[in-house]
Write a protein that binds this ligand. Structure first.
Ligand code: SAM
Length: 192
């Protein structure tokens, strides 16, 4: 079984939009407890690799064949040093960056929404640092007035962007996923 209900959201997103293919290298941001990691490791297959990052420690999966495709990093994606560790772990070409990061809920929607958008923008910056031309990006964000500006920024970098609310997350109705396909340019990294 899957470690989180979130696993079904990634399955639905991927069924609709085909973000992950066999042999891909995928970076999964906000990966604990590991539901998306399980789905991504299945999708990339034995030739693929998945790097999972979270503030929380991510326990190894029971299935050793999936575990062999997964590397985990414990760290804060808002810190430059964590992003550097992710770039190092990826070691070059990345085909998809997927982010399910969410803030700790304060209960005050405008604050939680602002924090969610901040995490989504960090994920976007990381995607721009990592993704090859043609690469895909999925990011969760809580709905709010400034999401349109964020979406416009993502649209500038990809062939197209769709916003979807997977059935599996309907009860948390404020969250949407932006699915961006086909990065238009290649990453520019320090030292290139
Ligand atoms: N996709 C996961 C799964 O399928 O198991 C569930 C992810 S959960 C909804 C959101 C995660 O984002 C939490 O585990 C949280 O620790 C992580 N997170 C929040 N802020 C973060 C940050 N600044 N850096 C890294 N991870 C963060």
């Amino acid at each position: 079984g899957y470690r989180s209900r979130a696993a079904y959201k990634l399955k639905q997103l991927d069924d609709l939009e085909n973000v992950i293919s066999g042999g891909d290298t995928v970076v999964d941001l906000g990966a604990a407890p590991g539901g998306w990691l399980q789905v991504a490791a299945e999708k990339v297959g034995p030739q693929g690799a998945v790097i999972g990052v979270d503030l929380q420690r991510i326990k190894d999966l029971d299935d050793s064949s999936l575990n062999d495709r997964i590397e985990t990093i414990r760290g804060d994606m808002t810190e430059e040093k964590t992003r550097e560790r992710v770039v190092d772990a990826a070691g070059g070409s990345v085909d998809a960056v997927i982010s399910d990061m969410a803030p700790n809920m304060s209960g005050e929607y405008s604050l939680d929404q602002a924090r969610s958008l901040h995490l989504a923008r960090q994920a976007f910056e990381t995607a721009l640092e990592l993704l090859d031309t043609g690469g895909n990006f999925v990011v969760k964000v809580f709905e709010g007035p400034d999401v349109d500006d964020f979406r416009a920024d993502v649209e500038d970098e990809f062939q197209y962007v769709r916003a979807t609310a997977p059935k599996a997350s309907r009860d948390e109705s404020s969250e949407i996923y932006l699915v961006a396909k086909g990065r238009l340019t290649a990453p520019v990294r320090a030292g290139d």
